[in-house]
Write a protein that binds this ligand. Structure first.
Ligand SMILES: [Zn+2]
Length: 75
């Protein structure tokens, strides 16, 4: 798709690192499928892909985890 940020680049499928914060928890999610602009580098992550991970963030936060790094596993 055309990049809505710079309006010049085209996005290509790649992977990005998604950082989520919930209370005292910071979670980094690596290799999430994303569309990445080849011009400005803006990352567009599919929300459906991230949604199930958000549920896991909530669970980890309740368990008192403060920092967590995960690989995106759903394929
Ligand atoms: Zn762009």
């Amino acid at each position: 798709m055309k990049c809505p940020v710079c309006k010049n680049g085209e996005t290509r499928l790649g992977t990005a690192t998604l950082t989520l914060e919930r209370g005292q928890l910071t979670m980094a999610l690596c290799h999430v499928p994303a569309q990445i602009c080849d011009n400005c580098g803006e990352e567009y992550i599919h929300e459906t892909a991230a949604q199930q991970e958000l549920d896991q963030v909530e669970t980890a936060a309740r368990q008192g985890v403060t920092v967590e790094v995960r690989e995106f596993a759903a394929v």
